[in-house]
Design a protein around this ligand. Structure first.
Ligand code: SF4
Length: 162
């Protein structure tokens, strides 16, 4: 069976980032995977109803000094607005699409609090409300754009010497 890959929309050239830009990932494997029908594109933030453009957001630690994976953290816009709920929705949407389309892999922008949370989120950053969500917690292998070569090798096998 052809392994499917859930991929950040902005990596695929869609202008969906908070500033209205994209961040295309240029690699021959991307073009081939697209032709093979392997790529399933999502912008988790837009899927949760967030507009383009939008204020930049970051993960804020909780009162106890915990980080996003330790529980108690929130996600806030630079305006101070709490958008933790939208991020939780984004995580659920990414997982639901991955399940519907049978994705075994995910490829996301490195270091993005948004896609990082949407794809890797482990269900703890707002208590137990959505425990167990997040594609990484559901058997999907997650790679950042900087790990594209590792994903190529995982899907296509080791490169043969010439
Ligand atoms: Fe790109 Fe993900 Fe942010 Fe959407 S949520 S703009 S796909 S990094």
């Amino acid at each position: 069976m052809t392994a499917k890959i859930l991929v950040s929309a902005c990596l695929m050239g869609h202008a969906v980032r908070y500033d209205g830009a994209s961040k295309p990932l240029v690699h021959p494997a991307i073009d081939r995977w697209r032709l093979e029908g392997r790529l399933v594109t999502i912008c988790p933030e837009m899927s949760a109803g967030m507009p383009v453009p939008r204020p930049p957001a970051e993960i804020a630690s909780g009162m106890s000094g915990t980080n996003v994976l330790d529980g108690g953290a929130t996600v806030v816009e630079n305006t101070g607005r709490d958008i933790t709920g939208e991020f939780l929705d984004a995580a659920e949407n990414a997982l639901a699409l991955a399940r519907e389309t049978d994705c075994r892999f995910a490829l996301l922008i490195d270091g993005s609090p948004s896609c990082g949370s949407g794809f890797v989120y482990d269900g703890t950053f707002s208590g137990a409300r959505h425990a167990g969500q997040g594609v990484a917690r559901n058997g999907i292998e997650v790679y950042s754009d900087r790990e594209i070569e590792a994903l190529v090798e995982r899907i296509d096998g080791p490169r043969q010497p010439r």
